[in-house]
Design a protein around this ligand. Structure first.
Ligand code: G16
Ligand code: MG
Length: 222
C-alpha cells in the first residue's frame, strides 16, 4: 500500500473554478478587460498573482501598473471570490470524493491537500472535510507553484515518506507534471487530451475507486 495520498482542491475535491472565474470576470470588467471561459482555462491551478499577470497581458496599457496597484487588484479579486465562496457547503463536494477519503482513512494511510489556493483551508472546512486531512499544503507554504513539484514534496516531507510511496490526484496538466516530477504516482481526473501524462486516468471524480487506484499503483511499482 502507498503511505500518503495528496489531493488537489479545485477540480478534484470541489469545483471552485467556477467561483474563481466569476470573481476574475468581475474584476476584469471593472478595468475594461473582456474575459471568457476559454481564457479562464489557463488560470486553473495557477496562483492569484500569476493569474492577474496573465489577465493584465490582455491589455498592454495595463502592463505599466506598479506592484502596489497589482496587489490592490489581486486583493479585490479575492474579496469577490470570498463573497461567492460564502455559500460553499457539503453539497459542493464532488461525487465519489468523500467515499474515497473514507477508504483511505480506514487503511490508516495519510491524507494531505496540495493546493495553490490561499483559501484552501477555509474551503475544506466549509465542505465539512477538515477531519480527513492530516496536513494541508496551501499557497502560504509554497514558493514555486505547479508544475514545480514543491507542493507535493512539502506534503511527503512533512510525513517523512519516500516519494515513491505517495499518490497525487490532479485535474490540471500542470498538477500532473508536478506529481510526476516528484516521482510520485499520478492520478488524473479529466480527459486524455489534457492529462495524457497521468500514470492512471479517470474521466471524472465519480470514477475514483480506492481498490482500482491501489491496483494501478502496485502494477507500476512491481
Ligand atoms: C486554485 C485554482 C486557481 C487559483 C488558485 C489560487 O488552485 O485552481 O485558479 O488561482 O487556487 O487561489 P486563491 O486566489 O484562493 O489563493 P488548486 O491548486 O486548488 O487547483
Ligand atoms: Mg485543480
Amino acid at each position: 500500500y502507498p503511505k500518503v495520498f495528496i489531493f488537489d482542491l479545485d477540480g478534484v475535491i470541489t469545483d471552485t473554478a467556477e467561483l474563481h472565474y466569476l470573481a476574475w470576470k468581475k474584476l476584469a470588467e471593472g478595468i475594461n478587460i473582456s474575459f471568457d471561459k476559454q481564457f479562464n482555462e489557463r488560470l486553473k491551478g495557477i496562483s492569484r498573482m500569476e493569474s492577474l499577470e496573465l489577465i493584465l497581458q490582455l491589455d498592454t496599457s495595463l502592463l505599466k501598473l506598479d506592484n502596489e496597484q497589482k496587489v490592490k487588484l489581486a486583493n479585490k479579486k479575492n474579496e469577490y471570490y470570498l463573497e461567492l465562496a460564502e455559500t460553499i457547503n457539503k453539497e459542493d463536494v464532488l461525487p465519489g470524493v468523500e467515499d474515497l477519503l473514507k477508504h483511505i482513512k480506514k487503511q490508516n494511510i495519510k491524507i494531505a491537500l496540495g493546493s495553490a489556493s490561499e483559501n484552501a483551508k477555509n474551503v475544506v472546512k466549509k465542505l465539512g472535510l477538515s477531519s480527513y486531512f492530516d496536513y494541508i499544503v496551501d499557497a502560504s507554504k509554497v514558493k514555486k507553484g505547479k508544475p514545480d513539484p514543491e507542493t507535493f514534496i512539502i506534503a511527503a516531507d512533512y510525513f517523512g515518506i519516500p516519494y515513491k510511496e505517495c499518490i497525487g490526484i490532479e485535474d490540471a496538466a500542470a498538477g500532473i507534471e508536478a506529481i510526476n516530477k516528484a516521482n510520485m504516482f499520478s492520478v488524473g481526473v479529466g480527459s486524455v487530451e489534457n492529462l495524457s501524462q497521468a500514470n492512471y486516468l479517470v474521466e471524472d471524480t465519480s470514477k475514483l475507486n480506492f481498490e482500482e487506484i491501489i491496483k494501478k499503483y502496485s502494477d507500476k511499482n512491481s
